[in-house]
Design a protein around this ligand. Structure first.
Ligand code: FES
Length: 181
């Protein structure tokens, strides 16, 4: 396979991602060139980048000599793979049955509206991403994640309004609150 000498990365790619992708063709030589190795390869790529960018998919497809569509077909089948970079503050909204009854959909919509992204997407500055999760075993945890100051188990729809803005100084459409002491 022709090595990617100058990788056509978009401007959002970090230097770490660019380096990883440029090294990827060489790294793949550790794997047999067999389509049966596709999932372990994708897992390794995601381990390195935290997601599977289109460029990585293309490199993997070329290495295994299979169509890009086949790589996507396999990767999208498993929900362990993601195709957008996770945000610095990943927001996870539980939509299990109990949380749904307690307003999970409203919480999700609040975040989508304020961040102007949809569930499964990441803001352009990579500060926030939104993800829906199934029951995590705590009744109505509301949004959670490393940046979530109050932790899971405490947030209903009202509390989700602007609660994360103190982390970055972002402005919302009202509902912001002062940083907790
Ligand atoms: S339904 Fe949300 S934690 Fe169980």
């Amino acid at each position: 396979m022709e090595p990617f000498k100058s990788f056509p990365m978009d401007s959002e790619a970090t230097a770490k991602e660019t380096a990883f992708l440029n090294d990827l063709p060489d790294y793949l030589k550790n794997f047999d060139r067999h389509r049966g190795r596709l999932i372990p390869i994708l897992q390794k790529v995601q381990q390195g980048l935290s997601y599977l960018p289109a460029e990585a998919i293309q490199i993997v497809a070329e290495y295994l000599a299979i169509p890009v569509s086949e790589v996507y077909g396999v990767a999208t089948f498993y929900n362990q793979f993601r195709f957008t970079p996770p945000g610095k503050y990943p927001i996870k909204v539980c939509l299990g049955t109990a949380c749904h009854v307690k307003g999970g959909e409203i919480i999700l919509e609040n975040f989508e509206r304020k961040l102007e992204i949809k569930e499964g997407e990441t803001t352009e500055d990579r500060e926030f991403s939104i993800e829906r999760v199934a029951c995590v075993g705590v009744l109505c945890p509301g949004p959670g994640g490393p940046g979530w100051r109050s932790g899971p188990g405490t947030h209903g729809p009202q509390q989700s309004r602007g609660a994360f803005y103190p982390h970055t100084g972002r402005k919302g459409n009202g509902g912001e609150r002062k940083a907790e002491k």
